[in-house]
Design a protein around this ligand. Sequence first.
Ligand SMILES: Cc1cc2nc3c(=O)[nH]c(=O)nc-3n(C[C@H](O)[C@H](O)[C@H](O)COP(=O)(O)O)c2cc1C
Length: 326
Amino acid sequence: MFKTRITQMLDIEYPIIQGGMMWLSRAELAAAVSEAGGLGIITSANFNTASELGEEIRKTKSLTTKPFGVNINLFARPMPPVPNKEFIEVLIEERVKAVETSGVRTPEEYLPRLKEGNVKVIHKVTTVRHALSAERIGVDAVILVGAEQGGAVGMEEVGTLVLIPIACDALNIPVIAAGGIADARGFAAALALGAEGVVIGTRFMATKECPAHADFKQWVLRAKEIDTVIVERGIRNTHRALKNKAAEKALELEARGAPLEELLPIVGGEGYKKVFFEGDLDAGIASCGQAVGLINDIPTVKEVIDRIVAGAKIAGQRLTSLGLHM
Ligand SMILES: Cc1cc2nc3c(=O)[nH]c(=O)nc-3n(C[C@H](O)[C@H](O)[C@H](O)COP(=O)(O)O)c2cc1C
């Protein structure tokens, strides 16, 4: 059941990957996803040094014996700068199964070392063109991100329903779908489109194991599919986030062409952390996908994954009842 090249490559039960989420993807969340049969991911950019990342990896290993991954941030000018080379050495040393690389750069410079270290490389992109480049340089799989997703959505903003089948036609390596998937129906649909796995972020924010503040989780519960906006379009750093005062301010500054020095304190800095960890809901930009409209409770990660797996079978039965034999 659900055997794909992704489950085989990553040695996981279900082709469900928890996308790296800045600040939130810590050991507890990642381990819970891996324990439930998916692939949990820790975000390396949460840490200033390789030894801090190493500690988090060891903490994750103390919570699960199953495979998990690490997100490596390849953004153009990460603030603060991230020591990716050192991060990669520590994750090879700790025998981490896979990296999810993401950002505007390709992982080309790190590929030889990652391959030597037996780490699978899954590169996250927003266009088929970038996916083809990633395939050419030799990554193991690509994540294609539809415009519905929380976080960086790219400049083209093509939805998951269109992006995935085009990517599957164009590529030979496995395609993983991301953006807008929060339940069994989205999961089954992504597999029907040809994806060999899914990446889920937004749904995992409203789980017991997510380290976010209770008030932030309640906000996620209240929010509807129409309650996100895309900020930072003007500086070609598009991010989908929940509508709040910070997002409105960012949009207003962008609309009047305000200089970067005015925009950066709103879209970056410490505001993010205040939203996630102090429940100060207007303090900064909170990445979140349109799938927020599909979230109505705060279960455990295992409950989320079990429901997806059980519900996907029902989705299959529905197609069978319509005469489509799966
Ligand atoms: C709060 C939040 C933070 C995120 N941070 C990152 C990040 O640091 N790096 C990254 O590659 N993707 C990041 N993402 C994107 C997720 O890894 C994942 O691709 C996305 O959430 C999938 O789409 P969905 O939100 O519709 O589930 C973030 C998403 C959210 C919601």
